[in-house]
Design a protein around this ligand. Structure first.
Ligand SMILES: Cc1cc2nc3c(=O)[nH]c(=O)nc-3n(C[C@H](O)[C@H](O)[C@H](O)COP(=O)(O)OP(=O)(O)OC[C@H]3O[C@@H](n4cnc5c(N)ncnc54)[C@H](O)[C@@H]3O)c2cc1C
Length: 422
């Protein structure tokens, strides 16, 4: 049996490690042991739940999370909010998801991997090019894992997230997304929540958008995602910028009128990027280390865990490690997922989803007695809900339906550009 070392113990690395261990392959997991107070990735989608069940931790996650019934999109120019509940995915996926305190969630995943027999090494792994298009552990990192017996592992998996260890070592270029956003976020207590408990709220801001994610211990995670220039105009520090963005918004300001910020403010930038090469001789990139598209619809943890799950299946099919053909197929599928999320997210950024909703409402008013428009609207709504939940995101029919509807069914309402998120 081949030896596998996974570098990074976040959702991608810990899921792969646990799944391999469940199947009798015992990888070495390098986890740097960092436990920051705050981490983004707090809102999960229903498609994560089957993976949690496979790992045997769904109940433990339920015990540490806030149940998330759905997501609402609030647009100041829209006549009404767009409320999605996960009831719409009944029969396709579990009708629930979670909002999780990320550091605790990561800790649980890593604990589960160790329970299943994974050897976790508390060490910040380092790699260097091996001169043949691959990477190897530096002597210091190799020595940190006595189980490897001084021998380089047969397979190295980069699950280091945005550190992108292998891409940096091998100078692999990345495709960048179109937005130059920066995100600021913190937790608040004593807030007002205008939707159902646990419901995530996404609001279009003057220049960007915001998230509100209810968490356990009466915490609300508030994040603002802003164009870099717009962010600079709001102040000098992340605290200034987050507070200015919140207080300038007519929806966010009342939510925190009586609230207290209970954590530091954390910033993220440059996160829309995907590697141009995902694997090479003896190495594979996983999760954010390979690519991440955008946080708006919370695809990150699902993609990290789903890609780990699928990679574990490849190792089970080919215990010597997946061959190039299998890996090409795997990355083709992964790229299709990332493209599908990008298309879906663009529906929101471009404003087309809000125009579609307005056009639908208008048609319903005009054709009150005709059941067909209502049926069509329900059909569209359920496809969008199933796509955002991670069930039908890559389905051809759903993608074509949304493309068609957002191109041909929008009339009699202001153009989508006026509803776009800047
Ligand atoms: C602004 C923003 C908001 C987001 N919101 C959401 C959301 O609500 N829901 C969602 O699902 N996703 C969200 N995401 C995305 C999500 O956070 C990521 O997609 C997800 O964390 C990826 O998991 P990962 O395991 O690939 O990487 P990470 O979570 O980054 O894990 C990598 C791990 O490797 C460790 N590591 C790094 N280098 C080394 C090393 N050399 N040696 C050992 N260990 C190392 C790190 O400390 C970390 O523990 C958001 C992202 C951004 C930027």
């Amino acid at each position: 049996m081949k030896t596998v070392a996974i570098l990074g113990g976040g959702p991608a690395g810990a899921t792969l490690a646990a799944r391999l261990a469940q199947s009798g392959i015992r990888p070495v997991l390098f986890a740097d042991g960092k436990a920051p107070e705050l981490l983004v990735g707090e809102s999960l989608i229903p498609a994560v739940v089957p993976i949690l069940r496979r790992l045997g931790i769904d109940e433990r996650v339920a015990g540490m999370a806030t149940p998330k019934p759905g997501v609402s999109f609030v647009h100041p120019k829209a006549a009404q909010d767009m409320d999605f509940t996960f009831d719409s995915v009944e029969g396709v996926l579990p009708t629930y998801a979670y909002n999780v305190p990320r550091p605790a969630f990561d800790h649980l995943l890593a604990t589960r991997a160790e329970e299943l027999g994974v050897s976790a090494i508390r060490h910040r792994a380092q790699v260097e090019p091996d001169g043949n298009g691959g990477v190897r552990l530096t002597p210091e990192s190799l020595a940190a894992a006595p189980l490897l017996g001084g021998k380089q592992p047969d397979w190295l998996i980069d699950a280091s997230g945005r550190q992108r260890l292998f891409a940096r070592a091998l100078k692999i270029p990345a495709r960048k997304g179109p937005r130059q956003d920066v995100a600021y976020f913190a937790h608040f207590q004593g807030y007002h929540h205008p939707k159902a408990p646990g419901q995530v709220i996404i609001t279009r801001l003057e220049a960007g958008w915001s998230w509100r994610i209810p968490l356990p211990s009466d915490r609300l995670s508030i994040g603002v995602v802003l164009d870099r220039e717009a962010a600079r105009a709001l102040g000098d520090t992340p605290e200034d910028r987050l507070h200015a963005a919140i207080h300038a918004d007519p929806y966010l300001a009342p939510a925190v009128a009586t609230a207290t910020r209970v954590t530091a403010v954390k910033s993220y930038a440059n996160y829309q990027l995907t590697s141009k090469q995902g694997f090479g001789p003896g190495w594979i990139q996983l999760g954010d280390a390979y690519g991440f598209v955008d946080p708006m619809l919370s695809p990150g943890l699902f993609m990290a865990m789903h890609s780990a799950d699928a990679l574990a299946d490849l190792f089970l099919e080919q215990p010597q490690g997946p061959n190039a053909q299998a890996l090409r197929r795997y990355f083709d599928q992964l790229d299709d997922w990332l493209r599908a999320w990008t298309e879906l997210i663009d529906l929101f950024y471009s404003g087309r989803i809000f125009s579609l909703q307005a056009a639908g409402e208008r048609i319903l008013q005009v054709t009150r007695r005709n059941p067909v428009p209502r049926m069509l609207q329900k059909h569209l709504h359920s496809h969008i809900a199933c796509m955002t939940a991670g069930a039908w995101t890559t389905r051809h029919y759903s993608r074509r339906l949304i493309r068609f509807a957002s191109k041909h069914l929008i009339w009699g309402v202001p153009p989508a550009e006026t509803m776009a998120i800047r």
